[in-house]
Design a protein around this ligand. Sequence first.
Ligand code: ZN
Length: 445
Amino acid sequence: MKTILSVYLFAAAFILNTVLKAQQDVKILCGDYLYKEYLNKKYPGFKESYEKTLFQIAEQVEKNKQLRTTSTQYTVNVVVHVVWKDPSENLDDSIIYNQIQVLNEDYNRLNADTINLRSIFQPIVGKVGIHFNLFQIIRKQTNQTFNVSLTSGGMPNQMKYDSLGGSNAVDPVHYLNIWVCKIQPIMIGPVQLGQILGFAFPPNNLSNWPSNSGAPDIREDGVVIDYRCFGRNNPNTLTMGSQTITIKGRTPTHEVGHYFGLRHIWGDGSTFGSNNCTGDDGIQDTPNANNQSNFDCNTSKNTCVDTNLGWTTVDMPDLVENYMDYSSEDCMNMFSQGQANWMIATLLGPRSELLNANAVNEIHSSLKFNVYPNPNNGKIFIQSPTTMNTAFVQIQDITGKIILQEKINFQNGKVALDLSNIQKGIYILQITNEQIHTIEKIAIE
Ligand SMILES: [Zn+2]
């Protein structure tokens, strides 16, 4: 299990070689067997909660080949927990909206930098077809610090529990929970050795992951992102030594990839710094690499011979533009079709309950925002049935493209929204706050 933890540990991590060496030593100390026993004792039944088999995934991948031709778009509701200590960590709503936008661009191939992909990889570009709907923002001030333990090899989990100074997951079976907080640097004594940018758990027992790779407890399922790596418009900077890390909101894109079962593009064959091509990501169309990129954009790399990619017999260079590498965030711009299929199969398989979010959430089903008039000529009113005075509005066109998203403030339970700048047509309006989630089809005439 320590090996697995190492995989998480290095998920989107920037680690110096010395840390890798230290981690290797830790790994020898902490046995696979011991850790599994520990988890089974601490969380009875955790395996069952994530028991999803290779067969199920493989079956879904097959089904999905047909489903994907219909260009279905699936909606996943997202809860963002901002767990902050210093005010700089308490990210503005605009940064959270921006990050959701980046996810929606990257997972629907609407990102502006698609043009940067080398033409040789155009044949395998994948459009995943997941729409991320910001369902709720929860803010929590804390005195807790979130430390990575080199001795236990563990990622911090306190941000996921109210009782430990964090914020409890909202129904993690039906919602993608993302915790944004400061992840403390990895220290040995006074020396900073590295920094985790984020980490995530895949569903348990996917065929391309070692067994029991899932969250140790269902309440910990989701994604954790360092507050400096969230949102393209994030004002904070992250430096490691003399290097300033470029932040374009791609750490969450990468971590959500893990959440939907993707592995690193280099297959983690080289976790401890030594190059080798034996690891594989379990996705056929992606060329293998013998190691991660180092937050750069080296398109001249061709580190492994790959002639069985299913779409070419030519040995392809390393796919540094892939979100599941550690290339610079302004270098990465694509998932492959194989990765897209894999993620949708994971969504329709072990994570299928995400698609039933609204139907099962009792809190949100009984109350509704009233929207009128409909059809309208560019001006609508929203009436709130509760005394909460804010909500989040999002308008999408019928292709899923986000036209408008903003926070609204109710005056006496009512707010007017000016849509006169939006072209006439049919749109999907979503209004969300901590109590209510309303979806309406509206017509601007
Ligand atoms: Zn990763």
